[in-house]
Design a protein around this ligand. Structure first.
Ligand code: ADP
Length: 161
């Protein structure tokens, strides 16, 4: 079975992530959206909340699985037998980070390939950080995150006021 991993924080999932997932799903038997439980990154949503938002916004896709992982992505890949890690590439600023991450992962696990997917032009400016900033300041989130994520983001704003 051809399984691809799509790792990230997804705090929260936005339309840039959704676009990449929808484009990679037809290429693989299974896509695992892997929520990294990074200990050094403070998140707005818990891993369970992030997982539920992803499941809800991609409910129509039959070949995705959403998992939470604490540790190296390559270790998860080895455990589940995946040979492919997919990453999304927005602007040039992502490139430095992605090339070094891909090389570190190649060193740790030479059998695993990193595939980079370019963001489509209508999504390249979207980031989780950006949508959180917009939400906190009461801005319009339509067209940036799935409809099911707008409510939870607004609730977070309400709890900070
Ligand atoms: P963010 O940078 O928005 O917080 P993550 O850290 O969760 O997102 O990133 C998970 C993956 O999604 C990474 O490979 C990242 O480059 C990719 N990604 C994030 N935003 C976009 C976007 N707007 N278009 C395409 N890929 C994206």
């Amino acid at each position: 079975m051809r399984t691809a991993l799509y790792p990230g924080s997804f705090d929260p999932i936005h339309l840039g992530h959704i676009d990449i997932i929808r484009r990679i799903c037809p290429m693989f038997d299974e896509v695992v959206v892997l929520i990294s439980q990074s200990s050094n990154k403070k998140t707005l949503f818990t891993t369970e909340e992030r997982k539920n938002m992803i499941i809800e916004s991609l409910a129509d896709l039959k070949n995705i699985r959403v998992e939470i992982h604490n540790g190296l992505t390559v270790d998860y890949a080895k455990k589940c037998g995946s040979k492919v890690i997919v990453r999304g590439l927005r602007a040039v600023v992502d490139f430095e980070f992605e090339i070094s991450m891909a090389n570190i992962n190649k060193k740790l696990a030479p059998e695993i390939e990193t595939i980079l997917m370019f963001s489509q032009h209508e999504y390249y400016f979207i980031s989780s950080r950006g949508v959180k900033e917009i939400a906190i300041n009461g801005g319009n989130l339509i067209g940036l995150v799935p409809d099911s994520v707008i409510g939870p983001l607004k609730n977070c704003r309400a709890s900070t006021l």
